[in-house]
Design a protein around this ligand. Sequence first.
Ligand SMILES: [Zn+2]
Length: 256
Amino acid sequence: MSRIQAFVLQARPFGESHRLAVLFAREEGVRRVIAHGAAKPQHPLFAATQVMTEGSFLFRRSGQGLGSVEQGETVRAFAALHENPDLLGYGLAAAELLIRVVGDDEQMALRIRMLYQPFALFLQRLSEGSAPGIAVAALILKVAPYSGIALPLICARCHEALQESRDVSILSGGLLCAKCALLPDEQHAWHLSEGASRVLCALIATPFEQIGRVSVRPDTEREVVDVLHALMAEQSGISLRALAVAIATDPRFMRP
Ligand SMILES: [Zn+2]
């Protein structure tokens, strides 16, 4: 048995009184566990195993397969996310991102614990009202070295260094310079608005930890998160169902 600190990425009922949960632990990375008794409202694990909650758990590892937790308490509840289903949707999208990047790879499940602090920072930004799509976009870029995508400020065709770029080639897997954007086989590249291009290039150039509170127009936010999502889907095969749902149901993106 060991004491771990972890975020609850996913949780669902298991039998009458338990929950199956995916934890993201500072010490252990991503782990699938049975939380014993957690489905009973009077049980201390009931609150501690709500999604997006950070808890402190008594964790029992198993050789293969599921670990288990029998005791735990809430460290941080991120109440703002539970009061706003739209925000919670973006949190679930980020959780799906981590789970998909890990897949069945035991090495990756452990390696990804390096993202514990960034994920905590992401949830804090969501709770504090930073544009949620931009917060997810920044996290996608932070996770990029683990998910196999790369998005440097370099033209994906001619490798020229870029200050800015308004064209993203999903097929070539990156930004394009103005010249390469005119190539006939790049005619399907995404041509970003000036605002979205500025935000995307700033996100790439700024270390994740130094990104401040971002407020942008909703259509700009949507362009940035959509283009990164499409790029990740093409390059690493990771397309996030929860992100598609969060965007489709976000009232800010609905046309009157
Ligand atoms: Zn070029």
